[in-house]
Unconditional design. Structure first.
Length: 117
């Protein structure tokens, strides 16, 4: 028996006494759809079969599909979108700014500031 299936069975045994909140782990009474303590949703609907599942579960009880997206799936859609909008003018300005910054570092790096203090 894997670790995740042990965790699932522990969550299921707790949920028989009520509905466990995935956010604050408060045990809510059966029949409520939001947590009494934090207001979080207690159930999620499977996108494949439409079964209503407790939010603490990772897989659908009916079809076995993953109920929650992973971190990279959540952020993967927006990650790198802005890169498509870069034009040659942006690249030119970026290189120009780097050259200017490098020139200022070299210029001020060679100066002696001992007389200013």
């Amino acid at each position: 028996m894997s670790v995740s299936s042990v965790e699932e069975s522990e969550k299921a045994s707790r949920s028989r006494r009520g509905v466990l909140c995935a956010k604050c782990e408060h045990l809510n009474e059966t029949g409520v759809s939001t947590c009494k303590k934090c207001g979080g949703h207690l159930f999620v609907t499977c996108v494949d079969c439409g079964t209503r599942n407790e939010r603490v579960l990772t897989r659908c009880t009916q079809c076995g599909r993953r109920l929650h997206r992973g971190m990279f799936e959540k952020h993967g859609r927006s990650f790198g979108k802005h890169i498509r909008n870069i034009t040659p003018a942006h690249i030119f300005l970026y290189i120009l700014a780097l050259g200017l910054a490098f020139g200022l570092v070299v210029l001020f790096g060679n100066m002696s500031f001992s007389g200013l203090w």
